[in-house]
Design a protein. Structure first.
Length: 118
């Protein structure tokens, strides 16, 4: 049995699915502005990589624990960074992105923390 598919409609469906999943950022207006303004001051870790690097047990990785780690161990004040699970990473080892203010990102780098994937 063969099925004919109109490629235009198939393309449209794919575009809608990709658009919906990539625009799913659950931040308030102030956080959203910070997120987009500081796109170039970010680091992305896999969940396992971040667990190894931060010494937080992998099963205990939460946004709050990441915030606490950055504040207590790295020394960057809350309000100078945001943590978000990377879009389209609903798998076992999701990507976690941390976006900093320009000054906080400079401090992150000066402290020797990685700016690329480990």
């Amino acid at each position: 049995m063969s099925i004919l598919v109109d490629k235009f409609w198939l393309y449209s469906i794919i575009v809608v699915i990709v658009y919906k999943s990539s625009s799913n950022i659950s931040l308030n207006a102030e956080e959203k502005a910070f997120w987009y303004e500081n796109e170039s001051y970010s680091v992305i870790f896999g969940k396992s990589q971040l667990a190894r690097y931060s010494n937080i047990p992998r099963g205990s990785i939460t946004t709050k624990k990441i915030f606490d780690w950055i504040w207590s161990e790295v020394g960057i004040q809350p309000g100078e960074y945001l943590v978000k699970r990377h879009n389209n990473s609903y798998r076992y080892d999701p990507d976690i992105e941390i976006r900093f203010s320009r000054e906080a990102f400079a401090y992150w780098k000066l402290q020797g923390f990685p700016v690329d994937r480990l």
